[in-house]
Design a protein around this ligand. Structure first.
Ligand SMILES: [Zn+2]
Length: 261
């Protein structure tokens, strides 16, 4: 009568593997239960059990535990990431709602809205949005503080995103028909036509973007520093010496400079 080297249970014909298949390297044997645990932790070891010592088998358990802990950690991270994304989606939906668009309810069902947390930067806020078609795909044109971005989530081809950075847009126009309108985004050398837009929305959107583009951008005023008067006098003296300035020109300029002192 021997005992399981791992759990010490008395080995019987009912709880051990047949033909000594439960034996490990030193000739000791494991019970059926412990063999299952070894197989879960490392099937390679379980397959050639008699080549491994007890220490090696126990080590494989520790490794397995570490791996499990890592998997759990990764899952937790993923969940946190998902939480962040869903919070961002709530934020984005709130932004769209607060725009007070005529037909904002029409956007809620759009798959593209759910993609916005991935597409937009964290500091990007939406100030306008329309629906339409672009390059034969139906989607939404979103205006943010940085760009216009057309997002089209198709069933067959997946997600298409096209960017129009505000500083690349030279002008924006619209055309309206009976029901639908078209928004034309001009960038240097290119025109993107967003078609089948509700005609009132097309007009309002284009006017909004036009106003936004015409807003004066903050400019940095650089004033030239006044060159030192004495330095200027020295230069003037040299010009006079070399005969470039006449006596009269020299005294006129000299007087002007001296007045500044
Ligand atoms: Zn056992």
């Amino acid at each position: 009568m021997s005992n399981c080297i791992m759990c010490s249970i008395a080995l019987t014909a009912n709880n051990k593997r047949t033909f000594g298949a439960g034996k490990i390297r030193g000739g000791e044997e494991v019970c059926l239960n412990c063999f299952k645990k070894i197989n879960d932790a490392n099937p390679t070891i379980a397959k050639s059990l008699k080549r491994y010592t007890l220490a090696e088998i126990l080590e494989s358990f520790t490794e397995r535990e570490k791996e499990n802990a890592e998997i759990l950690e990764r899952k937790a991270l993923l969940d946190t990431e998902k939480d962040k994304q869903s919070l961002r989606l709530v934020e984005i939906r709130t932004q769209i709602q607060s725009l007070g668009l005529d037909n904002s309810s029409a956007f809620w069902g759009r798959k593209e809205i759910n993609e916005l947390p991935e597409i937009l930067n964290i500091d990007e806020s939406i100030d306008n949005i329309i629906q339409g078609t672009y390059n034969n795909g139906q989607g939404i044109l979103v205006s943010t503080n940085r760009r216009l971005v057309f997002v089209d989530k198709g069933l067959l081809y997946g997600l298409k995103v096209e960017d129009f950075p505000l500083d690349k847009i030279t002008s924006i126009q619209y055309e309206t028909g009976m029901v639908f309108g078209k928004v034309k985004i001009h960038t240097s050398g290119n025109t993107a036509n967003i078609e089948n837009v509700d005609k009132n929305s097309a007009r309002k959107f284009a006017e909004f973007i036009r106003n936004k583009l015409s807003e004066p951008k903050p400019t940095v005023i650089t004033s030239k520093p006044e060159p030192d008067v004495l330095e200027q006098l020295a230069k003037l003296g040299k010009l006079h010496e070399s005969g470039i300035l006449s006596e009269q020109e020299f005294s006129e300029q000299k007087k002007k400079l001296l007045d500044k002192l």
